[in-house]
Design a protein. Structure first.
Length: 75
């Protein structure tokens, strides 16, 4: 497992923002396809879980982006 994380870290280090954007489009497409497979009666709990994960990950990412943006503006 550690080797997998090492490879993933190296991949990210050698990628630029365009590669990361394509990766994100790939993952969101997978998420949409999986979401379409959820039975109608289970959609609401899945949506709630997805929203929780989204906000739990989005907020720290945007805080870091904002701090980086502020640091670049000061230069």
């Amino acid at each position: 497992m550690n080797k997998l994380f090492e490879v993933a870290n190296r991949y990210i280090e050698t990628s630029d923002w365009k590669i990361i954007a394509v990766l994100k489009f790939c993952l969101i497409s997978l998420g949409v396809m999986l979401g379409m497979c959820v039975k109608k009666e289970h959609k609401k709990p899945v949506l709630i879980a997805a929203l929780a994960v989204f906000f739990a990950s989005y907020i720290p990412l945007m805080v870091k982006f904002y701090k980086t943006f502020q640091a670049c503006r000061k230069e």
